[in-house]
Write a protein that binds this ligand. Sequence first.
Ligand SMILES: Nc1ncnc2c1ncn2[C@@H]1O[C@H](COP(=O)(O)OP(=O)(O)O)[C@@H](O)[C@H]1O
Ligand SMILES: [Mg+2]
Length: 297
Amino acid sequence: MNSLYQTSIHSLPLLGHGKVRDNYAVGDDKILIVTTDRLSAFDVVMNEPIPGKGKVLNQMSDFWFEKLGHIVPNHLTGVAPESVVAPEEVAQVQGRAVVAKRLKPIMVEAVVRGYIIGSGWKDYQDTGSICGIKLPAGLQQAEKLPEPIFTPAAKAELGEHDENISFAEMEERIGAELAAKMRDVAIALYQTAAEYAATRGIIIADTKFEFGLDDNGVMHLMDEVLTADSSRFWPADSYQPGISPPSFDKQFVRDYLETLTWGKTAPAPALPADVIEKTQAKYFEAIERLTGEKLKA
Ligand SMILES: Nc1ncnc2c1ncn2[C@@H]1O[C@H](COP(=O)(O)OP(=O)(O)O)[C@@H](O)[C@H]1O
Ligand SMILES: [Mg+2]
């Protein structure tokens, strides 16, 4: 499989390189978002691509946009990415890009947690709460929460870590009405997705959504949706509270990085070939298990 580390599209104005996606302007109301094969871990972009990862993420998002379209409008336009670039650039967008409505990003990320893991588990051990939300005593690592909780995070500038904020802080930043709407929609999206995933033998432990506003102030779901980069997916058959379950994502990379003495700031250390291969296999397994179909070329 060919890999794409960074795009070089000259027929459109570059808006910017995110950690994983490259954005270009299409007219003044649309953007081309190309998901590359870059991988970020601990918010640092690795130097090696994971071949095909971008296609997996793009096709996972498309799958969920379709499935969740009845809950909230989304940024998709239906315009084919191949139609907005020059002929010699088509290979860079095939299977890994969308043409989206250009929205005004809401600078708060909508994190929903159905299980207690990662930073939430750390927070709970220290305080008995996650982001100020009081939880029952005696929960184990990876345990299912009584109900999904909404724990917003302020979207960081490139190179910074996102910062957890309280719901009250979110209300202050974007207004109480929009904050409540984002929370309710995010929980509904999570619940619908988690129910579907359960039928495929997958637990969605937690996830992060991003929303934006169009010119009329209508809230849209944007960015990537329920991918292995924005979510923790666990195989249901090996799930067991008390231990950190294996997940369908960059776990191999994270585990490898934890063996090094590396400060988790750029530059990233080199990834060994077997870590790259195992990570690639996990991403491919994830999309197959979730959708029941192999990755489209
Ligand atoms: N429809 C949209 N309109 C405007 N910006 C968007 C839209 N969809 C996604 N984005 C933004 O595009 C960028 C995607 O690149 P990504 O690699 O995910 O960046 P980041 O490093 O910020 O996570 C993000 O900053 C995201 O908020
Ligand atoms: Mg992102």
